[in-house]
Design a protein around this ligand. Structure first.
Ligand code: CP
Ligand code: NVA
Length: 308
C-alpha cells in the first residue's frame, strides 16, 4: 500500500517525481477556471474521503478541488460527526472506509492515529497534518521555492519560532531534498532532536541557534508559523508569546537574510505576532503561491498514492 505518511518515509526519487509532476500539472491548466477539469482524468471513478479532526481551510479546499479537477469525487468527514469520535476504533474505521473509498486523507491529533489508520486501511492513507508533522505543506513549499528560485538543493532555509509539526516536516525534507536548515527559537520550544539527527544523518547541515539575526544570515528562505498550534494548550499561549516574541519575522530581521531571500508561512498567520504585515505583504513574500501550490502538490501526491 502506497501511503503518504511523512516526507522521511518516502523515497527521494518519488518525492522529486511528485514535485516535477505537480509543476507540470500546474502549468498545463494555467489560466483555466478553477472548476474546469484537467485534460487528464486520472482519478475518474475514484472516491476520496477527507477526514478532519481539526479545523482546516487550505487542506480541506485544496484536496477537494484537486480531486475534482482530476475527475474524482470527495466526501468531507468531520471526526466529531463520525463514530470514530464516539468510541469506534481507528482500526475498524479504517477497514470500513476501505470498503467504500479509494483513498483516505486524515488530519488528526496524535501521529499514532494516522499510523493505525494506515496499518488497517486497504487503501492509501495521506497525512493531512498531525501533531507531529505536515508533509503535504512542505511538498507545496518545495514546489513554491523551486518555481521562484530553482532547485532547493544546497540552499539555506531558516525557521524562526516554535519547533513544531511544520518544522518537523522541513527537517524531513532537508534530509530528502538536500538543503541546509537552521532553527532559531527558544530552547524550551526546540524541535524533537530526532528530526534534527535524522536529517543530519542524511547529510543535511542542521543548526539550532538562539539569535534570530545570526540564524537568518545567508538564508535563501525564511519561514515561520503560528506560535500556538492547534494541538497546543491555550493556557500556554501567553508564555509562548513571551518566549517567541524575539523571533518575530519583521523587516529588520529579513534585512539580515540574503537580499533575494523568500518568505513563507503555511498559514493561517497571526499578523503582528509571528510575522508583521510588512513582511506578509512585502515583495519577498510568496505566501499565496504557497497556499495555491497545496492544490498542485497534493494532486501529485494523490496520483502517486493511487499509482495513476
Ligand atoms: N496550512 C494549512 O494546512 O492550512 P489549513 O489549516 O487551513 O488546512
Ligand atoms: N502548526 C500549525 C499548522 C497549521 C496549518 C498547527 O498545527 O496548528
Amino acid at each position: 500500500m502506497t501511503h503518504f505518511l511523512d516526507i522521511d518515509k518516502t523515497d527521494p526519487a518519488d518525492l522529486r517525481g511528485m514535485i516535477d509532476q505537480a509543476a507540470a500539472m500546474k502549468q498545463a491548466r494555467a489560466g483555466r477556471p478553477k472548476g474546469a477539469p484537467d485534460d487528464e482524468q486520472p482519478l475518474k471513478n475514484r472516491m476520496v474521503a477527507l477526514i478532519f479532526e481539526k479545523p482546516s481551510t487550505r487542506t480541506r479546499v485544496s484536496f477537494d478541488v484537486g480531486t475534482r479537477q482530476m475527475g474524482g469525487q470527495t466526501m468531507v468527514l468531520s471526526g466529531s460527526e463520525m463514530q470514530l469520535g464516539h468510541g469506534e476504533t481507528i482500526a475498524d474505521t479504517a477497514r470500513v472506509l476501505s470498503r467504500y473509498v479509494d483513498l483516505i486523507m486524515i488530519r488528526t491529533f496524535e501521529d499514532d492515529v494516522l499510523l493505525e489508520m494506515a496499518e488497517h486501511a486497504s487503501v492509501p492513507v495521506i497525512n493531512g497534518l498531525t501533531d507531529r508533522s505536515h508533509p503535504c505543506q512542505i511538498m507545496a513549499d518545495i514546489l513554491t521555492y523551486e518555481e521562484h528560485r530553482g532547485t532547493i538543493a544546497g540552499k539555506k532555509v531558516t525557521w524562526c519560532g516554535d519547533g513544531n509539526n511544520v518544522f518537523a516536516s522541513f527537517a524531513h525534507a532537508a534530509g530528502q531534498f538536500g538543503f541546509d536548515l537552521t532553527f532559531a527559537g527558544p530552547e524550551t520550544l526546540d524541535p524533537e532532536m530526532i528530526f534534527v539527527e535524522e536529517a543530519r544523518a542524511k547529510g543535511a547541515k542542521v543548526e539550532i541557534m538562539r539569535d534570530p539575526a545570526r540564524a537568518v544570515e545567508g538564508a535563501d528562505l525564511v519561514v515561520t508559523d503560528t506560535w500556538v498550534s492547534m494541538h497546543d494548550s491555550q493556557s500556554a499561549k501567553e508564555r509562548r508569546h513571551n518566549q517567541l516574541r524575539p523571533y518575530q519575522v519583521n523587516a529588520e530581521l529579513m534585512s539580515h537574510a540574503k537580499p533575494d531571500a523568500l518568505f513563507m508561512h503555511c498559514l493561517p498567520a497571526h499578523r503582528g505576532e509571528e510575522v508583521t504585515n510588512e513582511v506578509m505583504d512585502g515583495p519577498q513574500s510568496v505566501i499565496f503561491d504557497e497556499a495555491e501550490n497545496r492544490l498542485h502538490a497534493q494532486k501529485a501526491v494523490m496520483r502517486w498514492c493511487l499509482g495513476v
